[in-house]
Write a protein that binds this ligand. Structure first.
Ligand SMILES: NC(=O)C1=CN([C@@H]2O[C@H](COP(=O)(O)OP(=O)(O)OC[C@H]3O[C@@H](n4cnc5c(N)ncnc54)[C@H](O)[C@@H]3O)[C@@H](O)[C@H]2O)[C@H](O)CC1
Ligand SMILES: [K+]
Length: 522
């Protein structure tokens, strides 16, 4: 396991312990504050020029978040900005009080009222960081609401004040930042859907936390990793071996679609196509066969007997002949027997959409007799039906982890920030996405894509799931950039998967031997 400030996501207790280890080894607290705040000030000056933002208001809290804000205020003042300060709580921590004295010496003014900052073009929020302990109330809550009502750009230091660093909950009220500089390490709240509207654009300030200090503190807990291309590349089935054939690249069976929801089958198939899987078979109700062939000529379409309303009535197949089964989009809940058959197979399975709704009727205990991996890909509504005992909490990181433990399945909870947890304790977070994907059909593409990657990397199921979710989000972002957020229908999304793969995870250069052999053939 490697530790890296870009990858590891921490909670406030871990952040405190890492900070503690750094201080205990000799780094002075004031030096780390200086470093963090100077680097933040540099970024600020780049993004918010003196010409456009000559007057800046800084809200100073009682702890070290307020100390950071004072160092930033000092640097902006020295760079020529006109800086006004407001400090709503009189009692300051020692280091913060020292920083306050120095800026006073430089001639910066602590204003008596918040209103004195109303004519500033930009507000810096240094009220609370990860030391926030209780709900905002009284004058502090009023102050936060007032700042929000100004509708100005607000830059939060470390986290938007009022947001719980771990759960992302709003404690009473919270600053609605337009931009948040996260100091040192990504905290959990940055990946909790609840907090996203309060954080604005997010940026990590690298304050030089070493892998050594990370390892010391994090080695005893299961890591939460923020997915990026470096993380995923080692698992990718790229480049392909020189001598391979289609069945060595895996055989995926998709079971989906009904006369009512034919599109779900097509989109799941297109998602699978985006994974480059060697062989793709798609089981659909007989009436859909020619439609599927016209969209996916490379796939083997299996026509199944239908119910009176056009759902799959039975699967006349030996399911264990396939490497992976992906099941659910467009099925309808009419025929639970199909899902029973899928659950009884010895192969890895991915359950989505109506397969999840049927599983919810059975209860997740039904998974306990499975001999191979199960991947569940619920959105929030499906999650609530599957795990009603967890649906009271909004801490999506925590409940995804819990759901995986309870079910013994890999659980992927869809959202603005998709979370993936595996029963052996792995956790992955997809760090960015686009609301263009909040659209019927996107999930079907993801199911096929996960199936296709899992077929090709069967020993790394959590990573195959994370890779698919990452590329799916990247494809959405890319498509939305070119076509706007309204232009990303499921087919378009599937068509962008290869561009996303090429852009974010270019194949490693061929090893020399491989290149030479290819040369010989020419
Ligand atoms: N990450 C790093 O390595 C560094 C972080 N720095 C900054 O330090 C803060 C954390 O500082 P800390 O002093 O521990 O906590 P806060 O500033 O967040 O606030 C604690 C302060 O506020 C009081 N308080 C808490 N909740 C409330 C409330 N609801 N109402 C009123 N008062 C409240 C509490 O009693 C304390 O007095 C971190 O976020 C970074 O910004 C370092 O500067 C650099 C290294
Ligand atoms: K803050």
């Amino acid at each position: 396991m490697s530790y890296n400030y870009r990858l590891n996501v921490v909670n406030s207790e871990q952040m405190r312990r890492i900070e503690g280890a750094i201080f205990a080894s000799g780094m002075p607290v004031a030096a780390l504050m200086e470093k963090a705040a100077l680097l933040t000030a540099q970024q600020l000056k780049k993004s918010y020029s003196l010409a456009n933002f000559p007057k800046i208001g800084v809200i100073v809290g009682p702890g070290h978040n307020g100390g950071d804000a004072l160092v930033i205020a000092r640097e902006l003042h020295l760079a020529g900005y006109q800086v006004s300060l407001f400090c709503p709580i009189a009692k300051l921590k020692d280091l913060t009080a020292q920083q306050a004295n120095y800026v006073k010496h430089l001639g910066l003014i602590f204003q008596k009222t918040l209103e004195s900052l109303e004519d500033c073009q930009l507000i810096i929020d240094g009220l609370f960081g990860f030391g926030l302990e209780r709900t905002l109330s009284g004058e502090i809550a009023e102050l936060v609401d007032k700042i929000n009502s100004w509708q100005k750009p607000v830059i939060s230091i470390d986290i938007a004040s009022g947001i719980h660093t771990d759960t992302g909950e709003v404690l009473g009220t919270a600053i609605k930042a337009t931009h948040t500089f996260c100091l040192g390490l990504w905290k959990r709240a940055f990946f909790q859907d609840l907090a996203l509207p309060y954080l604005g654009k997010v940026e990590l300030i690298d304050i030089g936390i070493s892998p050594l200090d990370l390892e010391t503190i994090l080695q005893d807990s299961q890591p939460i990793l923020r997915v990026n291309p470096d993380l995923i590349r080692p698992y990718l089935p790229l480049p392909r071996p020189l001598l391979t054939h289609k069945y060595q690249q895996g055989h995926l069976l998709i079971i989906c679609g009904s006369r009512r929801y034919a599109g779900g089958a097509i989109l799941t198939g297109l998602g699978a196509r985006g994974s480059g899987v060697g062989m793709l078979s798609i089981a659909v109700p007989a009436a859909l066969k020619s439609l599927l062939i016209s969209h996916l000529p490379e796939a083997l379409i299996i026509d199944c007997p239908e119910t009176a309303t056009g759902a799959i009535a039975e699967l006349p197949l030996e399911l264990n002949n396939y490497h992976v089964l992906a099941c659910g989009p467009g099925l309808t809940t009419e025929n639970p027997a199909i899902i029973e058959q899928v659950l009884d197979s010895d192969k890895p399975i991915i359950l989505d959409a109506d397969a999840l709704n049927i599983l919810a009727q059975f209860g997740i205990e039904k998974l306990s007799s499975r001999q191979n991996k199960t991947i569940l890909t619920p959105h929030w509504g499906e999650f609530k039906r599957l795990f009603p005992n967890l649906s009271g909490s909004q801490d999506r990181i925590n409940i995804t982890q819990e759901a995986s433990q309870q079910s013994g399945a890999i659980v992927l909870l869809k959202g603005a920030r998709t979370i993936i947890a595996s029963p052996e304790g792995k956790m992955y977070i997809i760090p960015e996405s686009t609301s263009a994907l909040a659209r019927g059909g996107s999930g079907d593409v993801l199911t096929g894509l996960i199936g296709g990657f899992l077929t090709q990397m069967p020993d790394n199921a959590p990573e195959a799931t994370a890779l698919a979710a990452y590329l799916h989000a990247q494809a959405g972002i890319l498509a939305a950039k070119e076509r706007t957020e309204l232009g990303v229908d499921g087919v378009t999304l599937a068509n962008y998967l290869f561009a996303a793969l090429k852009d974010s995870i270019p194949p490693a250069p061929l090893d020399k031997g491989g290149a030479d052999r290819r040369g010989d053939q020419n």
